[in-house]
Design a binder for this molecule. Structure first.
Ligand code: SF4
Length: 215
């Protein structure tokens, strides 16, 4: 099937399945989203939400987090894993927000990726979900896996997959599309055992068709 026709069908079905797809991280403002996304690396959203509940209660602003004792932040974020690096990143990020951006989260990709702990994926996720600015398609492990299984892309790197998706998915849907694939990857197309027999994308899915032939 030609790429654009394939992606149109997949997008239409995803819109039925996840019309309001949003992140499962809990946040009240762009600052909280930015910190939560940094902490979500290699960690479940559920655990991040448990940790940020305390973190934002004790340090509710960039200034407060920037001034927090490193050991205390390490202690709070420890359950998310890689806690030393993450504590340093969130404190450093908060400090830069205060020093360079008046305590606000910047609204451009270029400014966001200059913050400690922030790469393109995090920046796209924050811009899209906090501000509704479509600057990229956040490619996390779920988006990468599901895109490859569906046969939308054969690329391996998140950067190349993002470029491919950006060329195929209408720009106004970029943030929603990433959120929808994340949900589908968690609920149906899981890493260990994708539920192809009950997946409503199976008709257009390269992996799903292969699985039903060999099953
Ligand atoms: S058919 Fe299977 S591999 Fe394809 S998207 Fe659905 S669950 Fe994933």
């Amino acid at each position: 099937m030609e790429d654009h026709s394939l992606i149109q069908k997949i997008v239409a079905r995803l819109e039925q399945l996840y019309p309001q797809a949003s992140l499962e991280l809990v946040y009240r403002n762009p600052f909280e989203l930015l910190i939560a996304v940094i902490l979500s690396a290699q960690c479940t959203d559920e655990r991040v939400n448990q940790v940020t509940e305390r973190l934002f209660r004790e340090y509710p602003t960039p200034a407060a987090l920037a001034a927090a004792p490193l050991e205390t932040v390490e202690d709070i974020v420890r359950p998310t894993g890689f806690y030393r690096n993450k504590a340093k990143a969130v404190k450093g990020c908060a400090a830069r927000l205060v020093e360079d951006h008046g305590g606000d989260v910047p609204k451009t990709l270029e400014a966001l990726v200059r913050l400690p702990g922030v790469g393109r994926k995090t920046a796209a996720m924050v811009l899209g979900n906090a501000y509704g600015i479509q600057e990229g398609i956040a490619v996390d492990t779920h988006v990468l896996r599901v895109s490859q299984r569906l046969g939308i892309t054969r690329e391996k790197s998140p950067e190349a997959v993002e470029s491919r998706l950006m060329a195929l998915v209408p720009r106004e849907k970029w943030t929603w599309f990433s959120n929808a694939l994340i949900l589908h990857g968690r609920r149906v197309c899981t890493a260990k055992k994708p539920s192809c027999p009950r997946c409503t994308l199976a008709d257009w899915c390269a992996y799903g068709r292969e699985a039903s032939r060999s099953g």
